[in-house]
Design a protein. Structure first.
Length: 613
C-alpha cells in the first residue's frame, strides 16, 4: 500500500481547506442545491406581485436556461432517462414570465411539444397545480370545497390534522385557504398557456377574470379558516418564512392573500424578503434554496474535524461549538403533539429554524456537545436536554423518524395523492435509526443492553431487504441506507459476524465499480430497487467505505481500492463531485449538498486511519 502514507497529509489538507471556509459567526454556509422548482416559483411570484427586480429575475432565468437539455426538457437528476414533466412545465412557464425568452424560440418549442406529448398541464404534480391555480394558470376544482368540508371529512374517517406529517401540514394549510376561495392572482406578465392544453374541458382560470383581480367565492372566515390562519401565523420564523421552507412560504403568501392580506402587508413583504434570503450563488447561477442547510452542515463539518484530530480548544472549533450551542431549540413545536412529556432540546436544519427540530440534526449537533461537555465546557445542560429529546423521539416500532413521533398511519399512503407515502407520513427510516444508533454507540457508549438500543436494532433487522441492503429515505439511497444501518449496528455492539451485517457487507462489495468507487442513481429512489450509475461518486464511495471499515478488522483489497479512489477524488470530474446525494420526494426532489464532498470523505479517511494505523 504505497498510498497509505498519503492518508495523513490528505486528512490535514482537507481539514485546512474546511477550516478556511468557516464564516465569522462560526458556521459553515454551503449551498443546499435542490430542484429548479424554487427558482421557477420565485420568478412567477415576483412577476405576479409586481416586484420590479429585473436583474434578479434575469439571473434566475439564466440559471434555468443553463439547466435546459438540448431536447428542450429539464431533469431533476443528470441521468434521468427522459425529461421531468413537472420541472419542464415549471421552468417553461417561469421563463415566459421572465420575458427573457419567447415561446416560439427553438428550445421553448421543444419544451412545449414535450409537455403536450406527456399530458399537458393537467399531468403536472399536485403542488405545482395548486401553485399554478393561485396564479391563474390552472383551474381550481369545479366542486365547491371549503375548509369546513375538509374538517368534516377528517372527522368522518377518524383522522386528525396532526396525523399528517409536519411538512404536509405546512403545505396543506395555506393551500386549503386558497382552494376554498378559488383564489387567483394575475398580472400583466401572466402568459397565455392555451397552447399547452390537452383537454378541451380544461379551461384556465385566468381567462375568466380581469388582471390583478382577487377572486373569492366566500368572504366570511369560518372557524376552520381561523384554525389554518393561526396555524400558519404561529409557525412563521423570524426571517418571514413558514418553517424556514421556500415551498411552504410561496403557498403561504397566496393563502394569506386569499383571506384578505394585501401584497403591501408587512407579513407578505417579510415573506418575500425571507425568500430572497434563501438565495445562493452556484456555478450555474443564482439559486433559491428550499431551506439552507447551515446548522446541518456546521454540525457535520465540526464532527468531521473533531474526528480528524483537530483539538477542542482550536479557535475554529470553539467558534463552531458556540454557534451550534446557540442554535438549540428552546420552544415547543408540533413534535409536542405526539410527544407531550418531552421538553425542547433538539436542533433544526437551517439557521432561522427555531420550532421545527429534527432527529438527524439533533444527533449531529450532539456529537459536538458531548465532546465539549466531557471537556468541562458549560454546555452540560444543553447536551443533556438534546440527548433526552432525541431519546424521547423514538417511535413505538423501535425506529426514529425525521420530525415527529408515531406519525405513520399506513392508510394515508393509500390516498390518491402523488407521493402520498413519502409526503403525508413521517415513518421510522433506516438512515435516521442507523445514524442515531451510531451516535449512541460511539458517543454515549450505549449497547444492546439498553432497551431503546435493542428495540432499534430489532427494527433494523426486520427492515433489511432480502439482498442485504437497507433503503434510505433522505438520501440516495440503498448505499446510503445500508451505510447508516451497518455503522449504527456496529457502533452499539451488534456482532460483526451476525448474518445481517455480513449480508450487508457482501451487498456493498458486489456493487463496487472497477475504479474502486461506488455510484448509485437517483432512479433507485423511483424504482425502489438498486440502480447503478455508470460512474462512481465521491459521497457514495465514502459512505460505502465507511460501512466496510466498521465491519472488517483489517483493510481488505476492496477497501484499499476504494481508499485509492478517495485519495484521488479531488481530481475527479464534476459529475462525481456534484451528483445529488440527498432526497426529498422520490422522482421529484433531489439535493446536491455542497458540503458532502468535503465532509464524508474526510470522515472516512479519519475512520480508516484510526482503525488500521
Amino acid at each position: 500500500m504505497d498510498w497509505f502514507d498519503s492518508v495523513v497529509p490528505e486528512i490535514y489538507k482537507r481539514c485546512r481547506h474546511l477550516m478556511n471556509l468557516q464564516d465569522e459567526d462560526g458556521s459553515w454556509k454551503f449551498c443546499f442545491e435542490n430542484s429548479l422548482m424554487t427558482d421557477a416559483y420565485m420568478i412567477i411570484l415576483l412577476r405576479t406581485l409586481d416586484y420590479e427586480d429585473e436583474n434578479f429575475i434575469s439571473l434566475l432565468a439564466d440559471r434555468l436556461m443553463c439547466m435546459q437539455e438540448t431536447d428542450g426538457t429539464w431533469k431533476v437528476y443528470p441521468d434521468q432517462r427522459s425529461g421531468h414533466l413537472t420541472s419542464t412545465i415549471e421552468a417553461y412557464i417561469a421563463l415566459l414570465y421572465s420575458g427573457k425568452v419567447q415561446k416560439d424560440s427553438p428550445l421553448m418549442q421543444k419544451a412545449s411539444q414535450f409537455i403536450k406529448k406527456n399530458g399537458g398541464l393537467k399531468s403536472a404534480g399536485l403542488l405545482s397545480k395548486v401553485f399554478f391555480a393561485c396564479n391563474g394558470l390552472y383551474p381550481w376544482p369545479e366542486q365547491e370545497i371549503n375548509t369546513s368540508m375538509l374538517f368534516r371529512l377528517f372527522r368522518a374517517v377518524n383522522i386528525s390534522f396532526y396525523d399528517f406529517s409536519s411538512y404536509a401540514r405546512s403545505h396543506f394549510s395555506p393551500a386549503f385557504l386558497a382552494m376554498s376561495r378559488k383564489f387567483s392572482l394575475t398580472s400583466k406578465w401572466t402568459p397565455n398557456l392555451s397552447h399547452l392544453k390537452n383537454d378541451d374541458k380544461m379551461t384556465s382560470f385566468w381567462d375568466e377574470v380581469e388582471l390583478d383581480r382577487l377572486v373569492k367565492t366566500e368572504t366570511q372566515m369560518s372557524a376552520e379558516d381561523e384554525f389554518f390562519k393561526e396555524y400558519i401565523l404561529a409557525r412563521i420564523e423570524r426571517d418571514g418564512t413558514l418553517l424556514s421552507y421556500a415551498s411552504t412560504t410561496f403557498l403561504m403568501i397566496y393563502g394569506l392573500m386569499s383571506i384578505g392580506y394585501r401584497k403591501e402587508s408587512p407579513i407578505i413583504k417579510r415573506a418575500v424578503n425571507g425568500l430572497y434570503s434563501l438565495k445562493f450563488v452556484t456555478p450555474n447561477g443564482v439559486h433559491i434554496q428550499n431551506s439552507p442547510s447551515t446548522v446541518w452542515d456546521t454540525s457535520l463539518v465540526t464532527y468531521a474535524l473533531l474526528s480528524a484530530g483537530i483539538p477542542l480548544n482550536h479557535p475554529v472549533m470553539i467558534k463552531s461549538y458556540d454557534y451550534i450551542m446557540r442554535k438549540q431549540h428552546t420552544k415547543y413545536g408540533d413534535w409536542e403533539i405526539h410527544n407531550s412529556y418531552a421538553e425542547p432540546g433538539g436542533w433544526g436544519f437551517s439557521s432561522s429554524n427555531s420550532i421545527h427540530p429534527d432527529v438527524d440534526d439533533t444527533q449531529a449537533a450532539l456529537r459536538t456537545m458531548k465532546c465539549y461537555s466531557l471537556n468541562g465546557k458549560h454546555c452540560y445542560n444543553t447536551y443533556l436536554k438534546g440527548k433526552e429529546w432525541l431519546l424521547s423521539m423514538q417511535n413505538s416500532d423501535g425506529g426514529w423518524a425525521a420530525f415527529e413521533k408515531n406519525t405513520n398511519k399506513k392508510w394515508l399512503k393509500l390516498l390518491p395523492i402523488e407521493n402520498a407515502g413519502d409526503a403525508l407520513t413521517d415513518p421510522s427510516t433506516a438512515d435516521l435509526t442507523g445514524r442515531t444508533l451510531e451516535y449512541l454507540g460511539s458517543f454515549e457508549r450505549m449497547d444492546c443492553n439498553f432497551p431503546s438500543v435493542e428495540r432499534a436494532v430489532s427494527w433494523l433487522r426486520r427492515k433489511q431487504n432480502m439482498d442485504g441492503s437497507w433503503y434510505g429515505r433522505w438520501g440516495v439511497c440503498y448505499i446510503y441506507g445500508t451505510w447508516a444501518a451497518v455503522t449504527g449496528m456496529a457502533a452499539v455492539g451488534v456482532p460483526l459476524e451476525e448474518r445481517c451485517i455480513r449480508k450487508a457487507a457482501k451487498w456493498l462489495l458486489e456493487r463496487q465499480n472497477v475504479d474502486g468507487g461506488w455510484g448509485e442513481s437517483c432512479l433507485s429512489d423511483e424504482m425502489k430497487q438498486y440502480v447503478p450509475l455508470s460512474r462512481s461518486t465521491i459521497t457514495q464511495t465514502a459512505w460505502a467505505l465507511d460501512a466496510l471499515i466498521s465491519v472488517y478488522s483489517y483493510p481488505t483489497k476492496e477497501i484499499n481500492l476504494g481508499m485509492e479512489y478517495l485519495l484521488k477524488s479531488s481530481s475527479e470530474t464534476a459529475f462525481s463531485q456534484t451528483y445529488p446525494a440527498g432526497a426529498g420526494l422520490p422522482g421529484n426532489f433531489y439535493v446536491f449538498y455542497h458540503s458532502y464532498p468535503h465532509v464524508w470523505p474526510l470522515l472516512t479517511l479519519s475512520h480508516f486511519y484510526k482503525k488500521y494505523r
